[in-house]
Design a protein around this ligand. Structure first.
Ligand code: SF4
Ligand code: SF4
Length: 290
C-alpha cells in the first residue's frame, strides 16, 4: 500500500505526520520525495547504508556530421535546443542544448535525420537509503541549481517495496513535483492547519488530487477552536477528517529539538495505527474525491 502525505504549502506538519506515521505502524517504509528540501531524515535519524547518483539522459551533438537542419529544435517541445547555422565563410555553426530545460524525452535524438545526436548521463542529485529501527528509509537530494525535481522523485519512488506500507513525504505545493510524488499512490493524506491560509492551500491541494482521482483524507495539525474552518469544508467536499494533532506545547518543544511526537507522547502510536485502519477501510470502500 502506498500512502502519500502532502500539503498545499510548507510548514503545515506534513513531515511530522509522515515520520510519526511510519514509526507507529508495522512494516513501514518512508520515502522522502521532497527532494529540494528533504528533512524527514532529521527526525527519523536513519543509518544510511547505500548512496547512488541520480542521473538523467541529455542529448549531445556530433558537430562533425550535423547539417544544422533545425529538425531537433523543431521537435523539442520544451525549447531546450537552439541551432545556429554556419554563416557563409565563417566556419561551423552550433547546436546549443539547455540542459535545465531538457525533459529527457529523447525525441531529438530519435528524429535527427543525420544520427548526429547521442545521449549522455547528467547527474541531478543523490539517492540515499538506510534504516531507522524497523523503518526502511529512502530519500533524494537534488543538486543545487538543478531546476527539475520530477526525474529524481521518480527515481526515489523506484525504491517502493510492494511488500511494505510505503509512506511518501511529498513536496509541498500543487505543482509538477507534487503530481510526480502522489501519482500511483493508493491514498493521499492532506495535512493542513485550521487557519484561513491553511484552508485556502488545502482547497488548492484537493483540486490537484482531484485531477488524479485518488482517495483522500485530511489531517488537521495544530488543531484548536478554529477546526470548524476545515471541518465545514471537509463536509461540503465529503472528504473525511481522519486525525487531529492538537496545538500542544509539548509537541512544539519536542519538534524544535528534532524529537518525534510518538517519543514524547507514545499514546499517539495507537492514533496513527487507527489512522492506518481508517485509510485501509476507505481504500476498500473506494472513497475518492470525485
Ligand atoms: S537534427 Fe541533427 S542534423 Fe539537424 S541540426 Fe539537429 S543535430 Fe544537427
Ligand atoms: S531530449 Fe527531448 S526535451 Fe531534451 S532536448 Fe531533446 S527533444 Fe528537447
Amino acid at each position: 500500500m502506498i500512502i502519500a502525505v502532502a500539503s498545499g504549502k510548507g510548514g503545515t506538519g506534513k513531515t511530522t505526520v509522515a515520520v510519526n506515521f511510519a514509526l507507529s505502524i508495522d512494516n513501514a517504509q518512508l520515502l522522502d520525495c521532497d527532494v529540494e528540501e528533504p528533512n524527514s531524515h532529521l527526525f527519523l535519524k536513519p543509518e544510511i547504508t547505500d548512496r547512488k547518483k541520480s542521473v538523467v539522459l541529455v542529448p549531445r551533438v556530433n558537430h562533425d556530421i550535423c547539417t544544422y537542419c533545425q529538425r531537433c529544435r523543431e521537435v523539442c517541445a520544451y525549447g531546450a535546443i537552439a541551432v545556429i547555422p554556419p554563416s557563409a565563410g565563417k566556419g561551423k555553426g552550433q547546436v546549443l542544448i539547455f540542459d535545465n530545460l531538457c525533459h529527457s524525452c529523447g525525441a531529438c535524438v530519435m528524429l535527427c535525420p543525420e544520427k548526429a545526436m547521442f545521449e549522455e548521463e547528467r547527474e541531478t542529485g543523490i539517492i540515499e537509503t538506510g534504516k531507522a529501527g524497523k523503518v526502511d528509509f529512502t530519500h533524494g537530494r537534488l543538486n543545487l541549481k538543478e531546476a527539475m525535481s520530477p526525474p529524481l522523485i521518480k527515481q526515489v519512488k523506484k525504491g517502493i517495496n510492494k511488500e511494505k506500507i510505503s509512506i511518501i513525504d511529498s513536496p509541498p505545493g500543487t505543482s509538477c513535483p507534487v503530481i510526480a510524488s502522489v501519482k500511483g499512490a493508493d491514498f493521499v493524506l492532506l495535512v493542513t492547519e485550521p487557519t484561513p491560509f491553511g484552508l485556502n492551500d488545502l482547497k488548492l491541494a484537493v483540486e490537484t488530487v482531484k485531477t488524479l482521482n485518488l482517495p483522500v483524507g485530511i489531517v488537521i495539525n495544530r488543531s484548536c477552536e478554529n477546526d470548524h474552518l476545515i471541518e465545514d469544508y471537509s463536509k461540503r467536499e465529503k472528504i473525511p477528517v481522519m486525525m487531529k494533532i492538537p496545538f500542544d506545547r509539548n509537541i512544539a518543544v519536542a519538534y524544535s529539538k528534532g524529537i518525534n511526537i510518538v517519543e514524547v507522547m507514545p499514546e499517539y502510536m495507537e492514533k496513527f495505527k487507527g489512522l492506518l485502519n481508517l485509510i485501509t477501510s476507505r481504500i476498500a470502500g473506494k472513497g475518492g474525491v470525485q
